[in-house]
Design a protein around this ligand. Structure first.
Ligand code: HEM
Length: 437
């Protein structure tokens, strides 16, 4: 239990990076951290219905997310995925590209004002950029739009109040214990949902009038469930928009910030990426040629998985590696440990984007890599994020060089996603202008 009382990332003992499984006892239930690929497969791919999402983890997010697809289980969740998934299919990704490109250009314009000056807190910049991508792709509005800017601001306040990996998730009391949210958490959740409600309602009217832009929100709000023929109503759509905004910008922002830090500390890779980026053109097909950027982004997702742990619950007695596991046990799936597992990865803690071309890298990609989770409950935005990440990296590094700031080594902590305790500070210079410093 003591383990979970400290910060989850720095408190992990070394043996968890070698163990196939670990058991934690609390007064009320047991938690099992699972690193064994066969067990992961059972939980995520083979019998996902028997391992629903644990309520305990979602608790901190419920005021904001309501009944959104991130928190639901069973039939409700399946219906929601049937309506949402078509919006993220391959062909639709191509349609979102111009919005992503525009967000990248806007990010570079903001960064240009800071280049050559004092060190920059880069998480703040990547959050801004990723939030811009989400608003542009979902609602066809940039982050400077009044409502978008207010959602973004309020959301930062919410994040400070409610970590996604609530420690109570693991050491919670009996189920009947009332959930406690601070007044501030409830206030910000209400404000954010109110603002999202305004956007969603306005969109509904545009759809009815036939004037709605062809973006993700319109697609999701006009898709009918093939099994029942119905659509999301307004309240359900607000829940889904809240999760798209949250899951879609926090995660990408975290991955981009860590990727930039890794490139700052590995200048040879930064140069390779910048060189590749010179050939970038504003076309969707150009993204598939960003091989260095993709390998770097993948490696950043391995070393700093934005969602460090996920928790499921057993619904019947199970046997895990010869051990009896009771109903109601918590199953902790940990990309954080799996991605650095010493028995599977060559040089597990090293930054080596070239690993994806090696035998070990390919095997581990299949068995020991799940930044987007796996199985039917895999991240809906995985394909989207794998376009957005490499594209933004290439766009930024085409124009700027990043270098580390002495004495500022970021320490990863689990907030809503894996962030640095005191931010990630980098120096930013225009490429070719460094000598002028
Ligand atoms: C680098 C970026 C991203 C990472 C690493 C990431 C990671 C994840 C992970 C690990 C999960 C599963 C969580 C769990 O099962 O407990 C998840 C779920 C989800 N993600 Fe992402 N995500 C990213 C970007 C996005 C984007 C861009 C969107 C939408 C635009 C998105 C939307 C969602 C949604 C809706 C879910 C819930 C799916 C479900 O439970 O059925 N994500 N994501």
């Amino acid at each position: 239990m003591r383990l979970f009382r400290q910060d989850i990332l720095s408190a992990q003992p070394a043996k968890l990076y070698r163990a196939w499984m670990a058991e934690f006892r609390t007064p009320f239930f047991r938690s099992y951290m699972v690193n064994d690929p066969a067990l992961l497969k059972r939980v995520l791919n083979e019998r996902p219905d028997d391992f629903p999402k644990s309520d305990r983890v979602g608790a901190g997010l419920r005021p904001l997310l309501g009944n959104s697809v991130f928190l639901t289980n069973g039939a409700v969740w399946k219906r929601q995925r049937r309506i949402i998934d078509p919006a993220f299919e391959g062909g639709r990704l191509r349609d979102t590209f111009p919005a992503m490109w525009a967000a990248g250009e806007a990010a570079n314009a903001r960064l240009a004002g800071k280049a050559g000056g004092a060190p920059v807190e880069i998480e703040e910049e990547t959050s801004h950029a990723a939030a811009d991508v989400i608003f542009r792709t979902l609602f066809s509005i940039p982050i400077d739009h009044d409502i978008a800017a207010r959602v973004f601001r309020e959301f930062r306040a919410y994040q400070r109040e409610q970590p996604i990996l609530n420690l109570r998730a693991f050491i919670a009391g009996p189920r009947w214990m009332p959930r406690f949210y601070s007044r501030e958490t409830r206030r910000t959740a209400k404000v954010i949902r109110g603002l999202i409600g305004e956007l969603t309602e306005a969109r509904l009217r545009e759809i009815e009038a036939g004037t709605a832009p062809d973006d993700l929100a319109t697609k999701i709000m006009t898709t009918t469930d093939p099994q029942t023929g119905d659509r999301f109503d307004l309240a359900e759509m607000i829940d889904q928009v809240a999760i798209f905004f949250l899951a879609g910008h926090e995660t990408s922002a975290s991955a981009l910030a860590w990727a930039l830090y890794l490139l700052a500390t590995h200048p040879e890779w930064q140069d390779r990426l910048a060189e590749e980026a010179q050939g970038l053109t504003p076309e969707f097909s150009a993204v598939s040629r960003l091989r260095v950027a993709r390998d770097v982004f993948r490696e950043a997702l391995r070393l700093y998985p934005p969602v460090p742990m996920m928790v499921r619950e057993t619904t019947c007695p199970e046997e895990f590696r010869g051990r009896a596991v009771k109903t109601g046990s918590q199953v902790v799936l940990s990309p954080w440990h799996l991605h650095r597992h010493e028995r599977m990865w060559d040089d597990p803690d090293g930054f080596d984007p070239a690993r994806w071309g090696t035998e070990n890298g390919k095997t581990c990609m299949r068995d020991a890599y799940m930044p987007f989770s796996a199985g039917p409950r895999v991240c809906t935005g995985a394909g989207f994020a794998m376009v957005e990440g490499p594209l933004l990296l290439a766009m930024i590094l085409r124009e700027f060089r990043v270098t580390p700031v002495e004495g500022r080594v970021p320490v990863p902590v689990a907030h809503l996603t894996v962030r640095a305790a005191d931010g990630i500070w980098l120096r930013l210079d225009r490429r070719g202008a460094e000598s002028g410093r």
